[in-house]
Design a protein around this ligand. Structure first.
Ligand SMILES: [Zn+2]
Length: 507
């Protein structure tokens, strides 16, 4: 069956179709799951008069958005009771949050991503503990299969304490009566152990590697260099090589992670990972807020990518990642929502806009990242970083049809100068609420703002019924005892000498 998807502009992401890859009054011919031709609508219509037509000059056609870092949550942490605490403190005293079943939660996340035009995401699993580890993962995978969205599903693991960086150094700052209890609490496992992890990773990569629909890939997502041992990271890297699996890892999200590596190892986390032989083209680093120029050089040399999460970095007081520096170093860059955006929603266009504006520091010569490159981060680059570059991320013959239609009225009404580049207009004025139609692998998942594959009402109703509010006194009382010591412990690291990437306002 042939379908012609047409729009006022088709943003192909391939320069051979025109300046910035844009075709005006264009169309994409889709046959089953594949893109067969891209060109002017009137030419394609003449050649394929019987093709079903989707869209009109009211719409803009573009590749689906790629959310390259996400923890798979439909309900946000804020909705469930979480607060935007700095990462280090949230590890110690987790505000009790309402519980939702993983299957429904992920299904709801997929609903919300589809509505926002996200056709591919990286799900960085967040384990509740070893007991539910495998069953939660299988439930979430089942939800993605049901939803039809493309996913690189990351299996999480950590084998060092999740609570503080430098366990024994922290314990030494505690009063004697708290030390042993703190030690025990800190060593409680949060994920599967390495043996179970590798067994499951082997099994799932085999199962999903042969998935006939092919919309799920297994990724390995160790929590972060400060939470994983050298042996574990080496073993992950080996498995990734053997099975061709992608890796994503949180790196230098906060200033304390930077300070920890310089104190504990006398080098940066990136140098440490490089010496382990961990960095490679199929590895992406999430956040990278505290990367140095030297780190950027190492990442560029190894071909690893960085996934930028600007909203989350602002909300958790992590900082602003040096995007222009990473862009100038020619590091592949992608964009993630990290389940924590400024609007507490899934709006990739807003995230692109934030990425652009955060770079606009005072000064006529201050470097900025071009808007078309930011748009590429949220589409084609994301696809490549998540291992789907061969099949999606751009609109060109031979690719599978992952694309969206945006109602252009909010972009161009009631007047938009002809001189404005459509990609600029999209980044300045676009919102997820303009997404009208979403296609993944040639299948229409959402059209006229209605879900065709999932029953949105039913899922929301079931989810609402299944929420278990947090118990008032949930959480371990020892964590409240440890909190003031943690504040003091990290505060002592604040005197680490720093060189600012940005001076936003300084007198
Ligand atoms: Zn994350």
């Amino acid at each position: 069956m042939n379908t012609l998807v047409r729009g006022r502009y088709v943003l192909t992401m391939n320069e051979r179709f025109g300046a910035d890859g844009i075709v005006q009054d264009g169309a994409v011919l889709v046959s089953d799951e594949n893109i067969v031709e891209v060109g002017k609508y009137k030419d394609l219509k003449a050649q394929h008069p019987t093709a079903t037509i989707i869209g009109s000059p009211r719409y803009w056609v573009m590749p689906g958005f790629v959310n390259a870092h996400q923890h798979g949550r439909g309900m946000t942490s804020f909705q469930l009771g979480g607060l935007d605490e700095p990462l280090e403190l949230s590890r110690i005293k987790t505000t009790p949050q309402a519980q939702v079943p993983p299957y429904l939660d992920t299904l709801y996340a997929a609903l919300r991503m589809i509505e926002a035009g996200v056709t591919t995401c990286l799900h960085y699993n967040s384990s509740r503990g070893p007991a539910q580890y495998e069953s939660d993962i299988r439930e979430r995978l089942r939800a993605y299969q049901q939803a039809g969205i493309r996913v690189s599903f990351g299996l999480d693991i950590r084998d060092r304490s999740h609570m503080v960086y430098g366990d024994e150094d922290f314990v030494a700052t505690l009063p004697p009566d708290l030390q042993e209890r703190a030690r025990q609490r800190m060593m409680q496992p949060r994920t599967a152990n390495a043996e179970d992890y590798f067994r499951l990773a082997g099994m799932l990569s085999h199962e999903y590697g042969n998935n006939p629909e092919g919309r799920i890939k297994i990724f390995l997502t160790p929590a972060g260099p400060q939470w994983c041992s050298e042996d574990l990271l080496r073993a992950i890297r080996r498995l990734s090589e053997e099975r061709g699996l992608g890796i994503q890892i949180h790196v230098l999200e906060t200033k304390y992670q930077r300070a920890y590596f310089s104190r504990a190892y006398g080098k940066s986390a990136v140098e440490w990972l490089d010496e382990l032989g961990f960095l490679a083209p199929r590895v992406s680093l999430a956040h990278g807020v505290w990367l140095s120029e030297r780190d950027a050089g190492i990442i560029a040399r190894t071909g690893s990518a960085v996934v930028h999460n600007p909203s989350s970095n602002l909300r958790l007081k992590s900082g602003i990642a040096p995007l222009a520096l990473l862009h100038n170093a020619r590091i592949p860059l992608a964009l993630g929502l990290d389940s924590s955006t400024l609007n507490d929603d899934m709006d990739m266009l807003q995230e692109m806009r934030l990425s652009a504006n955060l770079q606009r520091t005072p000064g006529v010569a201050a470097a900025t990242v071009p808007l078309k490159d930011i748009f590429r981060m949220g589409t084609a680059n994301g696809s490549t970083v998540l291992g789907w570059g061969e099949v999606s991320g751009s609109l060109e013959p031979g690719k599978q049809a992952d694309m969206i239609l945006l109602d252009s009225r909010p972009l161009s009404s009631f007047y938009l100068s002809n001189g404005q580049n459509p990609i600029d207009a999209l980044l300045y004025r676009g919102r997820a609420s303009s997404v009208d139609t979403v296609m993944v692998n040639g299948e229409i998942l959402y059209q006229g703002k209605k879900h065709l594959r999932l029953n949105a009402q039913d899922i929301s109703k079931q989810l609402k019924k299944s929420i278990q509010p947090a118990a008032r006194n949930a959480g371990d009382p020892i964590e409240a005892e440890l909190l003031p010591y943690a504040v003091r412990y990290y505060q002592a690291w604040d005197d680490e000498p720093l060189t600012p990437h940005y001076i936003v306002n300084s007198i």
